[in-house]
Design a protein around this ligand. Structure first.
Ligand code: AGP
Length: 616
């Protein structure tokens, strides 16, 4: 977790660092800090709390001269979120400063050794050991003429764990050195300036040409660019990647919150995800980045789907469509469980790892474990050049654009469509669907962006319902089949930003225990888009009504029957049942958003959470 920034160039570093940190705050926001090189010495300012507090303590002309600096926004792993534990961390002499995203697993023995050699520690973090290790390499064991990059290289050899580490030294003021092992690191190449960040949106207002630093690589940044080499000394020839997102796309665009903006961007995100991929009439989707062979697809015995949180919920929808269309058995498993399971993954399987960021530690670990067992690895991700995308055999980008709100919306919906395209591709290649069936599905998929837009036009009804229910303590979401998968995502969305207790249940399970919690007035959202289980779900609705529960249905426009059973009906346009999740989730996202707003919560940065969870 954590967001990191670095700048070396001709402009004042401080405003650039603060602006970048603001865009990275979704990665953690319990404390923040900057270090700027000012007239030959390093000035550090850091504080517990959000970035606004850092902005306050750095205002005034003091730090503005410096044209080289680093900055950090933290999500605590080791040590409470206090001023002292905020990054940057310094060596004993204040000549070296370090920021870090990740965990140094062996920091305790290192700290003890360093203390025994006379180093003074000022924080409880794992990070601080790095500053002292570099100090030893630069000033104690070696001569001061050791280049900073050499000292960093030697220092990190003592560490174990995950990191993106960025180092500044007052005696070598022309450069910033950064190393990466697992945690993401991107370098933007500008005119006479070089900027570093954990993620692309923080760079976009300065440049679109970026270098993606890989595991085991070290970058030396100066105002004229960056050189990259491996930590073992081998040189790396890296080509810059051109990013097509613009800075405007990463901003709020007039909405009060990123989440609402991102919910409203869903029609466009859906369209872009399908663009150019569903144009062969009645034929297989054209999935750029997916290159499994016809023999592999024919011999495929099973699909594993692995992910966390919302991405996992998308995977549950993926299971349904792959089994239904392609007739391949699918096992979805939470990434944090899969990697510790004795899962029977073999070369005749395809493991689909889904991750918006492509950096989630659990998902990466599960994907790597699956690969060790011989599977072919396919990634569904939003971030070009992310770790997951680089490690996978096949990559299907969802093209949602930057997602800033911690609560995922447009990434989820585009994951659904990506999974539908993948399922259809497997189905066509395995001869499990006919060309007319394929054409029918594709036609319905292409209508989804317009229908999603229709759902968004009904936002005011959802907002009124939210105002009515915002003071409740518990809510339930029920559904069968694909409706159950959507219920799980609707429930997570609500918990995440409204802080209400909610629970999703397979509708048929309600009577096996949880029904005891349904008392008069308790809201129960019932999703009823799946025709083959429609009547069964109606019976479950009756069980709720008989206990006085308040039933809110999510149903098709064509469903006239449902008004006899539900007190409130949130409508979605008609579509194929297999595609319904793409539309059915939208009123639930809006409901969660408006409840959170009614309750005055911090919607884009909900408490205790972070956008990209890069620790296990
Ligand atoms: C979604 O609203 C959550 N913030 C969270 O569950 C998220 O989906 C999960 O952490 C996985 O992230 P990823 O897609 O970047 O891997």
């Amino acid at each position: 977790m954590c967001g990191i920034m670095g700048y070396v160039g001709h402009r004042s570093a401080l405003p650039i660092l603060l602006d970048g940190l603001r865009r990275l705050e979704y990665r953690g926001y319990d404390s923040a800090g900057v270090a700027v090189l000012n007239d030959g010495h390093i000035e550090v300012r850091k504080t517990a709390g959000k970035l606004a507090q850092l902005t306050e303590i750095t205002s005034g002309p003091g730090l503005l001269h410096g044209t080289v600096g680093i900055g950090h926004t933290r999500w605590a792993t080791h040590g409470l979120p206090t001023d002292a534990n905020a990054h940057p961390h310094s060596d004993c002499g204040g000549r070296v400063v370090v920021i870090h995203n990740g965990i140094i697993e062996n920091f305790l023995p290192l700290k003890e050794e360093l203390q025994a050699r006379g180093h003074t520690f000022r924080s409880d973090t794992d990070t601080e050991v790095i500053a002292h290790l570099i100090e030893e390499e630069l000033y104690e064991a070696r001569s001061p003429s050791v280049p900073l990059e050499e000292a960093v290289r030697r220092a990190v050899q003592h560490t174990r764990g995950a990191y993106a580490i960025v180092v500044l030294c007052s005696d070598q003021p022309d450069r910033i050195v950064a190393v990466r092992q697992i945690s993401p690191l991107i370098i933007g190449l500008g005119k006479g300036e070089t900027i570093l960040a954990s993620d692309i949106p923080a760079l976009l207002s300065h440049t679109r040409d970026v270098l993606v630093i890989e595991d085991g690589e070290m970058a030396v940044m100066t105002a004229s660019g960056a050189t990259v080499e491996r930590l073992d000394g081998a040189t790396v020839a890296k080509q810059p990647l051109r990013i097509t997102w613009d800075a405007e796309m990463a901003e709020k665009g007039g909405y009060p919150h990123f989440m609402l903006k991102e919910i409203h961007e869903q029609p466009r995100a859906l369209q872009e995800t399908m663009m150019g991929r569903l144009d062969a009439p009645g034929g297989a989707p054209e999935l750029d980045g997916v290159s499994y062979s016809p023999e592999f697809v024919r011999g495929l015995r099973k699909l594993w789907i692995t992910a966390c949180g919302t991405a996992y919920h998308a995977g549950l929808v993926g299971r349904w469509v792959v089994e239904h269309w392609a007739k391949v058995p699918v096992e979805p498993e939470l990434a944090s469980e899969l990697r510790y399971r004795d899962a029977l993954i073999d070369p005749q399987t395809l493991t689909v790892a889904i991750s918006q960021s492509g950096e989630t530690a659990d998902t990466l670990a599960a994907a790597r474990e699956a690969r060790k067992r011989g599977t072919r690895l396919a990634a569904i991700t939003n971030v070009v050049g992310s770790t997951l995308s680089r490690e996978a055999d096949d990559v299907l980008y969802v093209r949602a654009g930057p997602e800033i709100a911690v609560a995922s919306s447009k990434a989820y919906i585009t994951m659904l469509v990506a999974l539908q395209m993948l399922a259809l591709d497997l189905a066509v290649r395995r001869g499990a669907v006919t060309p007319p069936q394929t054409a029918h599905i594709i036609q319905a998929m292409k209508a989804l962006p317009g229908k999603a837009q229709e759902v968004l036009l009904r936002e005011s009804e959802v907002a009124s319902l939210a105002a009515r229910l915002a003071d409740r303590e518990h809510m339930f979401f029920i559904g069968r089949g694909l409706d159950y998968a959507v219920a799980q995502e609707g429930s997570l969305k609500l918990k995440e930003i409204s802080y209400l207790h909610s629970e999703a249940l397979a509708a048929g399970e309600l009577k096996h225990g949880t029904l005891a919690l349904v008392t008069p007035g308790v809201p129960v959202f019932a999703l009823v888009t799946q025709r083959h289980v429609y009547e069964k779900t109606l019976s479950n609705i009756q069980e709720v009504k008989a206990r006085g529960g308040l039933v809110i249905a999510v149903a098709y426009d064509r469903d006239t029957e449902i008004t006899k059973h539900a007190e409130v009906v949130l409508r979605i346009p008609d579509t194929l049942d297999d595609l319904a999740p793409v539309l059915a989730i939208i009123p639930l996202q809006l409901f969660a958003y408006h409840v959170a707003r009614e309750r005055g919560n911090d919607i884009d940065q909900p408490r205790n959470l972070a956008k990209s969870v890069t620790v296990e």
